[in-house]
Design a protein around this ligand. Structure first.
Ligand SMILES: Nc1ncnc2c1ncn2[C@@H]1O[C@H](COP(=O)(O)OP(=O)(O)OP(=O)(O)O)[C@@H](O)[C@H]1O
Length: 662
């Protein structure tokens, strides 16, 4: 055929500048599009072979070769798929693809923000123009008698097509990289891009430098494979072995059968761990995983891993990689993956996903919602099942997975419902119990919110069971000891999410009330004050309050005097549960600069010799020092002291020790 000149069938003169600017926010996506097209072409050729319309050689192996030529700023993508005839290039590339681009423009011409444009618009081939000044297609169709075709376009609306020279069936796309995108004319950068998008493509992908010198390796004769290119045979006299020098075997960037495509029965624990390490670069082993595998009512495969939580940073940032037929689409698409699952690490491959639409469209897509629901249900089923059948193992994971499960329960009603019997509470002895068990151990019962009526609301109040909790076992050790001495128990809730979580549990279970161990001194811990002692006790109390307020320099300080049975305790600080929750809420809204101090109560033990000393020696020089020290010591087991408070505390402690030297 002669040279055919044509004009691209589009209306807008300036389509390319717009595509270049907006279609894809990530320019590197052109590599994914071109490699996907090559993969499709290979799949189609194999299908034709299966249908008997074409006969592939027995040793056929579909592959894609990417070559980089830095000097010439050139990139080529070659596949050995079905190829295209001139008519097909005309139809698929010039008409259809361009009309797709035109439609896109029609639809989005009024939207100019980056956000609207991010997404996957399926302009496939034309994404090449985001990085190239000129693109060539060289193709030879599998069809009998087909002639090779050579197509050139410089990204304007003109193109040229003539007979080409391609000798093997398949297609080569050549990009002449623009100066602005010169980074892609580099082998290392391209490896990075291909690894990002194409690590699990179903076709092998080889990357090399154009005209690179051939490298060699020597192997044992016995290891020789059919596809090896033998350069020479060597006989090792010493070892009396035959060896062969071959051209270095190319290594595919893609793993064509990633683990998620296999049946769970075929995968060992080590396979799952290796895959995790490779994909997420996390050298800490995952706790466990869920292999998703369904083909009805939609196609979805994947593996979700529960990572070990990094306690150092308390970070809960997971990664869920989304694939469409083994082609990487993006990380953490929140429309598809429920938000609370984002703390996991995993891969999801869903060929049915409508990914060539924008994210805002995904959001309102009922199908996408179903996928999210399915994933959420699978995770809940797995966890609840594990709690029932592998209790010990589940308990072993609990500390790691509990923030995630609590977060999920707060975010998703259905998930919360499924998980409610699989949420555990660790007690002071390190034993794990369900809420029902905890409440029963305290002599109470659970009444759920749903069954509540006006009447039960009142009676719920009557039969409320208080579950005491500890947020920091070290800091609250004094209270814990007091509890233990009275044979009372508490649960350990150390994660920041627990504050919101227990509020939710209380809303759902009207007969349960959570109270931090230092919210008050329980009645059992106090000695009763006899009727005839009351007057005297009141006098002592008033006097102590006055002395302490003066010494500490805070006239408003809330002080209570109690006779605490445990004689080792001189002073303690309590903060009512309501005030604590209020403080925590303020903190979580970033309002912690508001002054919330002054809500604490200083509790003094009238039985303690130091407290007694203060009342009996009001005028002693030591009294102010003792008061301040008792206050700081009580505060220390309640919350961290500020820098200036700490400095003062240390100085005063030293002064007190100096007295020992005299
Ligand atoms: N390497 C190739 N070998 C054979 N045909 C190709 C090749 N690349 C593109 N084509 C043909 O050109 C058409 C248009 O390609 P393009 O990438 O623009 O869109 P698409 O692949 O159909 O959809 P998508 O937008 O999802 O990429 C393809 O459908 C295919 O028929």
């Amino acid at each position: 055929m002669g040279t055919k000149k044509g004009s691209l069938k589009i209306n807008s003169e300036n389509i390319f500048p717009i595509i270049k600017k907006w279609v894809y926010s990530d320019h590197d996506i052109f590599a994914r599009e071109l490699i996907s097209n090559g993969t499709d072409a290979i799949t189609k050729l194999k299908k034709l072979d299966m249908m008997g319309e074409y006969s592939l050689p027995d040793d056929y192996k579909g592959k894609i070769k990417v070559e980089v030529n830095t000097e010439e700023k050139k990139l080529t993508f070659t596949d050995n798929g079905l190829g295209m005839t001139a008519e097909e290039v005309e139809e698929y590339i010039t008409q259809i693809a361009f009309s797709g681009a035109t439609q896109f423009l029609e639809k989005y011409k009024d939207k100019t923000t980056e956000d609207d444009m991010i997404g996957h618009f399926g302009l496939g081939f034309y994404s090449a123009f985001m990085v190239a000044d000129e693109v060539h297609i060289d193709s030879l169709s599998y069809k009998e008698g087909a002639k090779p075709v050579h197509w050139v376009s410089d990204g304007g609306t003109e193109y040229e097509m003539e007979e080409g020279t391609k000798a093997e069936i398949g297609t080569t796309i050549t990009l002449y990289i623009s100066d602005a995108s010169i980074e892609f004319a580099n082998e290392f950068r391209m490896r990075e891009v291909i690894e990002k998008y194409c690590s699990f493509m179903p076709v092998e992908i080889f990357l090399n430098k154009e005209n690179a010198e051939v490298e060699y390796e020597t192997i044992d004769e016995a290891d020789l494979k059919d596809e090896d290119v033998v350069v020479e045979r060597i006989h090792d006299e010493e070892k009396d072995e035959d060896q062969v020098k071959i051209e270095k075997r190319p290594v595919s960037i893609s793993d064509t059968t990633p683990l998620w495509t296999k049946h769970p029965n075929e995968c060992s624990d080590d396979d799952y761990k290796d895959f995790y390490r490779k994909v997420f670069m996390d050298y800490k082993e995952p706790l466990f995983w869920i292999h998703l595998n369904m083909d009805y009512p939609f196609n979805l495969k994947g593996i979700l891993y529960f990572p070990r939580i990094n306690t150092e940073y308390e970070s809960l940032d997971g990664t869920i990689k989304l694939y469409n037929n083994q082609v990487f689409i993006a990380d953490n698409i929140k429309e598809v993956i429920p938000e609370y699952l984002m703390v996991l690490k995993g891969v999801i491959d869903c060929p049915d996903l409508p990914l060539n639409v924008s994210r805002s469209a995904l959001q309102n897509d009922g199908f996408v919602q179903k996928i999210a629901d399915y994933i959420s249900k699978k995770v809940a089923d797995k966890l609840a099942g594990m709690c029932k059948t592998k209790k010990a193992e589940y308990e072993g994971y609990w500390d790691n997975i509990s923030p995630f499960i609590k977060f999920g329960s707060l975010k998703d009603e259905k998930f919360a419902d499924k998980m409610k019997d699989a949420i555990l509470y660790k007690n002071l002895e390190g034993k794990y119990q369900t809420l029902t068990e905890v409440v029963e151990a305290n002599g109470g019962v659970i009444v759920e919110e749903k069954k509540e009526t006006e009447e039960t609301e009142d009676s719920a109040e009557d039969i409320k069971t208080t579950v005491y909790y500890v947020t920091d076992e070290q800091q609250q050790a004094q209270y814990i000891n007091l509890f233990k001495s009275q044979e009372k128990d508490a649960v350990v809730l150390t994660h920041p999410i627990d504050a919101s979580f227990i509020t939710m549990v209380e809303q759902k279970n009207k007969t349960v009330r959570f109270q931090r161990i230092d919210a008050s001194i329980t009645e059992d811990a106090k000695e009763e004050i006899k009727e005839d002692e009351k007057e005297e006790f009141k006098k002592v109390s008033d006097s102590l309050i006055e002395i302490f307020r003066k010494a500490i320099g805070n006239e408003k300080l809330d002080i209570r005097i109690e006779k605490i049975k445990d004689e080792n305790i001189a002073s303690m600080v309590t903060l009512s549960e309501e005030n604590r929750r209020m403080q925590e809420m303020m903190k979580s809204y970033g309002m912690d600069q508001m002054d919330m101090s002054g809500q604490e109560t200083l509790v003094l033990n009238a039985n303690h010799p130091l407290v007694k000393f203060v009342v009996e020696h009001k005028r002693s020089k030591s009294v102010p020092v003792i008061c301040k020290q008792l206050y700081d010591l009580a505060m220390l087991s309640h919350k961290p002291l500020s820098a200036s408070e700490m400095t003062e505390f240390v100085n005063r402690s030293n002064e007190i020790m100096m007295l020992l030297t005299k």
